[in-house]
Design a protein around this ligand. Structure first.
Ligand code: ADP
Ligand code: DG2
Length: 310
């Protein structure tokens, strides 16, 4: 049996090598579950071949990186070790995924959390729901509407060129108070989290938060109208979905206006836009951006201590 040595603070521990845990740690490299488990088995065999019965976590990471470089794919090796650098960071990772209704923010957030092994995920719809209990309709009618039809509840004279956008801005501005509270709490507690929903709009989140190096914002869009519309059919086909398809189809033109506004905001604030046409494409872009931004640089040729595969 191969024992892995680690330490929490000054307290050292040993635990048996687990192919399952190794496979999950390889998931970041976009390897499928089966392929990752097979590679984890090969890594275990390689360790046994080299009569390694005990190895530190750090040396195991370098052993795995060199194995991926030499026997699988140097690009995967680089992704693996960079992601480990990200996870070793003392700063929590705050990932914000915005996008108009129906573009796929919830499902992509879930996919990304699974790929990155992040456990905390919250939607801005949920944040809004809590705020709706606290803020009365009289005090803020816009928060009690959807983002795309909030304009219907604005009581003040409409000043902007497009009432739909003006309503969206008012609606997001209020919910954003809750979004910023979640970001601040995550930063204070040191927990990595993904926050997703229509209320994540470039330019709305306080500069001192969005400027932080461990906060990253993506705006998902669906450029093609028919594809966007099909997403509502796809969502409402799922048995647990209670929201009415008609509500989104009849307001689709309003939802498209909010997407145009979000695109303008993303361009104005030089924020990443991803046309969410393919799940793998979307997730790979977000993972690569996160790893590039946080993973630092790592030369996979870095020698390991005694278990180098080169
Ligand atoms: N890249 C994609 N390709 C195909 N279908 C997608 C993609 N992203 C999301 N979907 C599907 O579109 C529907 C709406 O996605 P959802 O995440 O609920 O949107 P949102 O949270 O932005 O309203 C869901 O059925 C989801 O499975
Ligand atoms: O306000 C909005 O635009 C949508 C966002 O939800 P998603 O469609 O993004 O899940 O919430 P609604 O009030 O329609 O349930």
């Amino acid at each position: 049996m191969i024992m892995i040595k680690g330490a929490v603070g000054k307290k050292e521990y040993k635990e048996p090598f687990s192919k399952g845990i190794m496979a999950r740690s390889l998931h970041i490299t976009d390897l499928g579950h089966d392929e990752a488990y097979e590679i984890a088995s090969c890594i275990e065999n390689k360790l046994l071949e080299e009569n390694i019965s005990e190895i530190s976590i750090e040396d195991l990471a370098i052993f795995v990186t060199n194995y991926l470089k030499n026997y699988v794919d140097p690009v995967l090796a680089e992704k693996y070790i960079k992601w480990r650098n990200v996870r070793k960071s003392k700063e929590p990772l705050i990932i914000l995924i915005g996008g108009a209704s129906g573009v796929g923010t919830s499902s992509m957030a879930f996919e990304l959390a699974s790929r990155l092994g992040l456990k905390n995920l919250i939607s801005t719809d949920m944040i809004r729901e809590v705020m709706r209990k606290i803020v009365s309709k009289e005090l803020s009618p816009v928060i009690h509407k959807s983002s795309f039809n909030a304009y219907e509840s604005i009581r003040t004279p409409l000043l902007g060129p497009d009432p739909v956008v003006e309503g969206f801005i008012s609606h997001v501005d209020v919910v954003n108070v809750g979004v910023e509270a979640v970001i601040e709490r995550a930063l204070k507690e040191g927990i990595s989290i993904i926050i997703e929903g229509v209320h994540i709009v470039p330019g709305f989140i306080k500069e001192d938060l969005i400027r932080k190096s461990n906060v990253i914002l993506f705006t998902l869009i669906v450029r093609d109208e028919d594809t966007h519309k099909s997403r509502f059919y796809s969502r409402c086909r799922q048995p647990w979905v209670k929201r009415s398809l008609d509500n989104y189809l009849s307001n689709f033109h309003l939802i498209r206006k909010t997407q145009s506004f979000m695109i303008d905001q993303a361009i104005k604030h030089n924020s990443k836009i991803i046309d969410n046409v393919d799940v793998k494409y979307t997730i790979d872009i977000m993972v690569n951006d996160i790893i590039e931004k946080y993973g630092g640089s790592y030369d996979v040729r870095q020698e390991s201590k005694g278990n180098n595969d080169n």
